[in-house]
Design a protein around this ligand. Structure first.
Ligand code: ATP
Ligand code: MG
Length: 415
């Protein structure tokens, strides 16, 4: 299958942003920044290029424009809206589309609008997943007809903004039931291979030493799982399991539904873009550490553009995967950093990368500063007291406290 990924997003005068330029990695992207720095807004701008009819979810400048540049089938495309597209730009929930103006094109680049996508000039259809990922109970009455790829692409494109807003939730239960009862059919060879791939990968989804399995779908059409030997229905699973499963099943459904050729519909081959708000939501820290690798192993060729608040996820990212937003800026020009943070402590990531200021006041940091002062002033009595204070609440193997103790011993010996 040929490459398909989003190269960059350009935005002018949308919501918070006067101007935004953001480049993406073709595999993993973790957008980080404080609350209200514009992470979700970035994803929403991308969703808007897929369906500008949902323009009311933001406010705009009169000359607003926005587009994404993509590589698809070895060609360059620019998809979005050129100047003069918006009616009622500043009105709260009143903006709407006036004209599907093409974004400006460049050499060797084909410029497209929503209308061109609707006419299927290219089969491009990213998947948007919002931060609400609970699986609410729905009774499924039976196997349901799945539409042809063009119909499903249209459905996914139309719901891009709604998915992010959490207004439209994917029906992952329907997907499981449809698959379970169709994989033995002659016409579902690809679905059967994908199902086997999923069952095989099910063991790497949960944290280590957890026995999690799919068991069966009962006569009442309720999917049943087993978690450490305890049987559990889909909606009974904990928030963390629901978050991860709804995400993974949703990507399977999207790949099988929207891709056309058999080879592309195989999950392990599929190429395309999945955009997820708050990837770490509901996940235990160990899971936050592993989620990147889990996704990489299940979906080896997809592009992920995600936002996160997790220092653990940041520690697991490879070079050129983290995009750091400035704290509160209306003009943003960013790209993935080549730095990696796997050797940093959680506190160091929180403080230096995520800009968490409150750590400066932590008792630990304050006492360390005071201890260093004592060393400089040779005040050994006070140093002893501070070390005793530190030992009350630090880990027994805390390297810095051990060093302080050695320092104290050598200073005492000198005396
Ligand atoms: N038309 C507008 N003009 C100016 N600011 C706006 C406009 N629309 C939205 N904003 C502001 O943009 C900010 C960005 O919100 P956004 O949801 O993108 O943040 P976020 O980085 O996802 O934060 P969180 O981590 O809390 O999810 C908000 O403070 C919002 O008030
Ligand atoms: Mg957000």
């Amino acid at each position: 299958m040929k490459e398909s990924y989003i190269k960059n997003l350009y935005v002018k005068d949308v919501g918070l942003f006067e101007e935004l330029n953001i480049k993406f990695n073709k595999r993993f992207n973790f957008i980080i920044g404080p609350n209200a720095s514009g992470k979700t807004s970035i994803l929403k701008c991308m969703a808007l290029t897929m369906n500008p009819r949902d323009a009311k979810f933001s406010r705009y400048g009169e000359h607003s424009e926005l587009w994404i540049d993509i590589i698809h089938d070895e060609k360059n495309f620019r998809i979005g809206l050129g100047k003069g597209w918006v009616v009622n730009p500043k009105e709260y929930r009143g903006a709407h589309i006036k004209r599907y103006n093409k974004p400006p094109s460049e050499k060797n680049m084909i410029s497209l609008t929503y209308n061109d996508l609707r006419q299927e000039i290219i089969n491009f259809c990213p998947l948007f997943i919002g931060a609400y990922r609970r699986i609410d109970y729905r009774k499924i009455e039976g196997v349901q007809r799945e539409g042809p790829p063009s119909e499903q692409r249209a459905k996914y494109r139309e719901s891009s903004v709604m998915n992010l807003e959490g207004i439209f939730l994917p029906n992952v239960k329907r997907w499981i039931i449809n698959r379970y009862f169709s994989i033995d059919m002659k016409w579902s060879e690809i679905e059967r291979k994908n199902w086997e791939w999923l069952i095989d990968k099910m063991t790497i989804i949960p944290p280590k030493d957890t026995d999690f399995r799919f068991i069966e779908i009962k006569k009442d059409l309720e999917p049943l799982f087993s978690l450490n030997g305890v049987q559990c229905y889909l909606e009974e699973l904990s928030a963390g399991y629901q978050a991860i499963l709804s995400l993974i099943f949703c990507v399977f459904d999207w790949i099988e539904g929207t891709f056309k050729n058999d080879e592309d519909r195989l999950v392990k081959n599929a190429r395309g873009s999945v955009i997820i708000d708050e990837l770490d939501i509901h996940l235990h820290p160990e899971w936050q550490f592993n989620i990147r690798d889990t996704l990489e192993r299940i979906f080896p060729n997809l592009q992920f553009i995600t936002t996160t608040h997790s220092p653990h996820l940041i520690a697991s990212a490879k070079s050129n995967e983290i995009i750091i937003l400035p704290p509160f800026s209306r003009t943003v020009d960013v790209m993935p950093t080549s730095k990696t943070y796997s050797g940093w402590t959680t506190d160091q990531i929180l403080e230096d990368i995520m800009g968490v200021k409150s750590l400066e006041n932590k008792l630990y940091n304050r006492l360390l500063k005071e201890a260093l002062d004592c060393v400089n002033k040779n005040d050994l009595e006070k140093l002893k007291e501070i070390i005793a204070e530190l030992e009350k609440f630090t880990h027994p193997s805390d390297v810095i406290v051990q060093q302080l103790k050695l320092k104290l011993a050598s200073l005492l010996a000198e005396e």
